[in-house]
Design a protein around this ligand. Structure first.
Ligand code: BG6
Length: 535
């Protein structure tokens, strides 16, 4: 695909001149502006997320002119450090994970950063926080607008929300100032805990004030999926059971648990990745075009997809769900530890580090089309990819060229790295024999636009500050996802154990069999432009 598209001069149909019944809502991408004055409170303010992701994202938003002058950050954690130490740590975070801040800019910015130490189970913490927020309103003109970011373990989310409510730190939905809360994943660990958490949050906040984050939705390529599908007419006729044979969604990681075993061992790949990121990707691929692009219309369509997926339960769990756990592999400097060798992982852990599912979306568009999902740690590379495999051409071309049956077409959405889209089709190899070969048309984000995509957290923080919930999960969406995942998690907890796979391979054999039984195989996640290879 050329970087400078030349469009044919196609006459547009005449405008009808009719007034639309409803004014279409602007998409979130169209609503970028500087937010109103506010204070961002980060619970878990000294943690990894705050240092690695939130501070760098805020710094970039500031550089892009997307933070108001009347903006403050208040960090909270149990660590007894001074405000000055906190500011230094945040500066260190920028140096490590973004860029060394310009001295003059940092001098101005650091005066807007505050720290309130204290545990969230101590009411005094909230009293101190309230004083700090009132001072920010007085001295920095933040007008009572507050965004609470709960970068906290799941067990303290509900008590923290209650603490905020009790301390009078939550404005009503219709008051002049606004309050919003961002809740990090994991949002519960099954359907019941997710419902309980929703109920606890909804005692204090209204649904429009709750922003359940899934950082995959902030990734540029996932947002582009909506544009790709709904701003182009050419895909829509192909986007259904009539032409699609099956869909594969792979999110592979080469890293292991990276010191997060304390959390990961209680979660596993199914809860950590499939319940959130992979199901979110699936909904964007499978959803119907929404009536308009406001948050609720889009989320309504996503929820309908989740509700159309039949549950995998009972005997079907063994048939349609596969779990694996990485085992030690390699030698010398290529040696990789197994999951059970990782620090803080119990010797008898049955936690899966790989999960694969075969789902169907039983609706008019997708009936009978399998959606294969897989994710795992310690796989050969880090890649997130959607492969849409089309049905084979209905009539052989053997009489035309000396070739086997053509490979079916494929559309590959590369979410990361090498963000882009490739369309694979058959071409005649030059020469008298006329063999066929798959070739690709590639759209490379970086080349086409000459710029790096913004970090997911930039987009998500900005949207939460602007009050746009499109890229956040709604209550029913999270519960619908848990409805699908819970029976599988329960069946796995009840017995059996994950199948071992050597670190640095594509997961357990069971995952290959899941597709092989139906005459299919996984595509090896590749780099942009590489012909789709099957395992
Ligand atoms: C997180 C998971 O949500 O996503 C991690 O908890 C995982 O286990 C991470 O490593 C992957 O995110 P990304 O953006 O690096 O693909």
């Amino acid at each position: 695909m050329s970087d400078e598209p030349r469009l044919p001069d196609v006459p547009l149909p005449p405008a009808t001149g009719e007034t639309p019944l409803r004014t279409p809502m602007a998409s979130p991408m169209a609503r970028v502006r500087c937010p109103d004055p506010l204070v961002l409170v980060i619970f878990g303010g000294t943690g990894d997320l705050a240092r690695r992701k939130l501070m760098p994202a805020l710094w970039k938003l500031k550089a892009d002119g997307l933070l108001p002058d009347e903006f403050c950050i208040v960090g909270n954690s149990r660590e007894e450090i001074t405000e000055d130490e906190y500011r230094q740590r945040m500066r260190g975070a920028l140096e490590e994970f973004a860029e060394a801040p310009d001295a003059a800019e940092w001098e101005a910015f650091h005066k807007h950063i505050f720290y309130v130490h204290g545990s969230t189970d101590d009411p005094q913490t909230f009293i101190n926080l309230r004083e700090c927020l009132e001072a920010a309103d007085r001295e920095h003109g933040t007008r009572g607008n507050r965004l609470f970011y709960l970068a906290l373990p799941p067990s303290v989310i509900a008590p923290t929300a209650e603490g905020l409510g009790r301390a009078g730190l939550v404005c009503d939905v219709d008051s002049e100032c606004w309050t919003r809360i961002i809740v990090e994943k994991p949002f519960g660990k099954d359907l019941k805990t997710a419902r309980d958490l929703n109920a606890a949050l909804l005692k204090v906040f209204g649904e429009p004030q709750i922003f359940r984050i899934d950082h995959y939705l902030g990734k540029e390529t996932l947002q582009n999926l909506l544009i790709f599908r709904f701003a182009n007419i050419i895909w829509e006729p192909l986007w259904s059971r009539t032409y699609v044979d099956h869909v594969q969604i792979t999110v592979s990681e080469s890293v292991g648990v990276e010191g997060r075993a304390g959390y990961y061992d209680t979660s596993g790949a199914l809860r950590d990745m499939i319940q959130s990121h992979l199901l979110q990707i699936l909904t964007l691929v499978a959803m119907e075009p929404p009536a308009s692009y406001d948050a609720d219309s889009i989320r309504n369509e996503k929820v309908k997809v989740l509700q159309s997926i039949p549950l995998i339960q009972g005997d079907d769990v063994d048939r349609y769900a596969v779990r694996g756990q990485y085992a030690a592999s390699g030698e010398g400097d290529k040696a990789m530890p197994g999951y059970l060798d990782e620090e803080k992982v119990p010797d008898d852990s049955r936690t899966e580090t790989f999960a694969a599912l075969r789902l169907t979306v039983d609706n008019w568009r997708w009936a009978g089309v399998p959606f294969y999902l897989r994710t795992g740690k310690r796989l050969p590379n880090k890649a997130s990819e959607v492969v849409i495999r089309f049905r084979p051409a209905p009539h052989p071309v053997r009489d035309l060229v000396q070739a086997d049956d053509p490979a079916p077409n494929a559309l590959v959405l590369h979410i990361q790295p090498d963000e882009g889209i490739s369309l694979f089709f058959e071409a005649k190899q030059p020469g008298l024999r006329g063999a066929l070969r798959p070739v690709s048309m590639d759209f490379d984000y970086c080349k086409a636009f000459g710029t790096e995509s913004p970090e997911a957290y930039q987009r998500l923080l900005l949207d939460a500050m602007l009050g746009d919930a499109t890229l956040f999960a709604r209550r029913d969406e999270v519960e619908a996802a848990w409805t699908l995942i819970t029976p599988i998690a329960e069946a796995w907890a009840a017995g059996g154990k994950p199948e071992a796979y050597p670190a640095n391979t594509w997961g357990p054999k069971g995952a290959d069999e899941l597709l092989a039984r139906e005459g299919r195989s996984w595509a090896v996640p590749g780099t942009l432009g590489e012909v789709v290879k099957e395992e």
